[in-house]
Design a binder for this molecule. Structure first.
Ligand SMILES: C[S@@+](CC[C@H](N)C(=O)[O-])C[C@H]1O[C@@H](n2cnc3c(N)ncnc32)[C@H](O)[C@@H]1O
Length: 217
């Protein structure tokens, strides 16, 4: 083996966790939550520092992450709302749909009505926003979501762009341009919008959201 073929321990763990689909076996209170567990812990720490009044998720699937965010949100700021959007509610768990702090919406994340609803929620729940992008991971869609949130997120808000690890960063080489490339293009377009929170991103050695922990400036 050549020196250049060696991979670090965190990268080896990352590839194993991803390729063995461990992330499909993660649950929060019995509901599947398709994440790295260390990312979830990191989100808990970000949310407890930020104390958001509104948490926005694009891509709900079963709703495990929405339920997780609602649980943490309620602990750090009573009245915290979770707004989660998905274009397909086939897998959405009834207990998530019925949860009093969670608003589920059926539709595409970039539908104009989504932004309209977000603005109304922000008016009714003033305070910081934590947003997380986890829907269609194509570069085109992620870029469209980031652009859509541009006039919604304000200084101090926090955005996580998930799944920048695909397309060889370091998993799923050859997948095609995805969140990582969307983030690069967004930063080229709007260099002053976000600061990367590298300390948070890197603290557990690997993340499914490389370059994706962003503080709105
Ligand atoms: C990776 S899953 C979300 C997982 C969830 N965030 C979690 O951590 O448990 C991605 C979801 O995005 C949805 N989706 C795909 N394209 C979408 C779009 N344009 N707008 C909204 N949702 C979309 C899919 O239906 C799917 O349920």
């Amino acid at each position: 083996m050549q020196e250049s073929d060696r991979i670090s321990a965190p990268e080896g763990y990352h590839r194993w966790y991803y390729d063995q689909r461990i992330w499909e076996r993660v649950h929060w209170m019995g509901v599947p939550c398709l994440k790295s567990v260390s990312d979830m812990w990191n989100y808990q720490e970000v949310i407890s520092r930020l104390r958001p009044s509104l948490i926005v998720e694009f891509g709900t699937r079963y709703g495990g992450a929405a339920l997780y965010f609602a649980t943490i949100g309620a602990l750090v700021r009573p009245g915290c709302r979770v707004f989660t959007v998905d274009s397909d509610h086939t897998d959405l768990r009834p207990d998530v749909r019925r949860h009093p702090a969670i608003e589920t919406r059926l539709g595409r994340s970039t539908d104009p009505g989504v932004l309209e609803r977000l603005r109304a929620l922000r008016r009714n729940h003033p305070g910081p926003v934590f947003a997380i992008l986890d829907s269609d991971h194509s570069k085109r869609n992620v870029l469209a979501e980031m652009r859509a949130l541009r006039d919604f997120l304000v200084a101090g808000d926090y955005l996580v762009v998930e799944d920048g690890n695909i397309n060889g960063h370091p998993v799923l080489p050859g997948w095609g341009e995805g969140p990582w490339e969307a983030i690069q293009e967004y930063f080229a377009e709007y260099p002053g919008d976000y600061a990367r929170d590298e300390e948070t991103e890197q603290r557990f050695g690997f993340t499914f959201a490389p370059h994706g922990f962003l503080r709105r400036l």
